[in-house]
Design a protein around this ligand. Structure first.
Ligand code: ADP
Ligand code: AMP
Length: 222
């Protein structure tokens, strides 16, 4: 039986950090729409060029192309047992599309942890975020530094600061979250799958809560 987890929360809440750990611990695949767009960007595909014009401004890439990209990713065999979705869905249209797609496979969104943190924490985290070029592992210069500055602990690749982590774009991304993505909180609450998690706790404390919740969902269905 499959398990689909959607990590919800504003930019900087810790979704990517947690998704990487949860994937390792649960064996579920980490699917990050932002990472997929950044791969297209670096390979200079047509989708990458289109996505860049939105990402640079902190706006959402249009639903149609985003949904198509995620559909293709989720239909690959490695997602059959489920996935940890990070950054998707971000609109109600995307959430409806995900529901329909999973229904085709007799699956559903099982759990939606909402990771929260106050605005000043988000801004501080994004301002100090360093991302790994090869696989998108994330670090923070103060809160989660790599062992060797500028190098990923896990795969040794170069760390860089994302263009959209500049302060003007950060403000816009957070605003877009509240306008377009926050309605998904009620959407998933109504479906009985929302779990609010305080994202200001240490990384390990957040992971422990999420792992326990995933375990509970899996056990309940056996
Ligand atoms: P998101 O994917 O939600 O945008 P990230 O996982 O990339 O967020 O985290 C944003 C930044 O905050 C990164 O630099 C990361 O190292 C740091 N971070 C993540 N979780 C925590 C935490 N619980 N405490 C302190 N810093 C954190
Ligand atoms: P993230 O890596 O999740 O912070 O996403 C970086 C950027 O990619 C966002 O600011 C958007 O421009 C774009 N993006 C990522 N996921 C989505 C999505 N589900 N819908 C629309 N745009 C997205």
């Amino acid at each position: 039986m499959s398990t689909y987890v959607v990590l919800l929360g504003p930019p900087g809440a810790g979704k990517g950090t947690q998704a990487k750990i949860l994937a390792r611990e649960t064996g579920l695949v980490h699917v990050s729409s932002g990472d997929l767009f950044r791969e297209h960007l670096s390979q200079q595909t047509e989708l990458g060029k289109l996505a860049r014009s939105y990402m640079d401004r902190g706006e959402l890439v249009p639903d149609e192309v985003t949904i198509q990209m995620i559909r293709e990713r989720l239909e690959r065999p490695d997602c059959q047992a489920g996935a940890i979705l990070d950054g998707f869905p971000r609109t109600t249209v995307q959430a409806d599309a995900l529901e329909a797609l999973l229904q085709e496979h007799h699956a559903r969104v099982d759990l939606v942890p909402l990771i929260t943190a106050p605005l000043e924490v988000l801004v501080d985290r994004l301002g100090g975020r360093w991302t790994c070029r090869a696989q998108g592992h994330v670090y923070h210069e103060k809160y989660n530094p790599p062992r060797q500055p500028g190098r990923c602990d896990i795969d040794g690749s170069e760390l860089y600061q994302r263009d959209d982590d500049r302060s003007e774009t950060v403000q816009r991304r957070i605003q877009v979250y509240f306008e377009q993505t926050a309605p998904l909180i009620d959407y998933y609450r109504q479906r009985g799958v929302l779990l609010e998690v305080d994202g200001t706790q240490p990384i390990e404390a957040v992971t422990a809560i999420l792992l326990q919740a995933i375990q509970a969902v899996r056990t309940a269905r056996v």
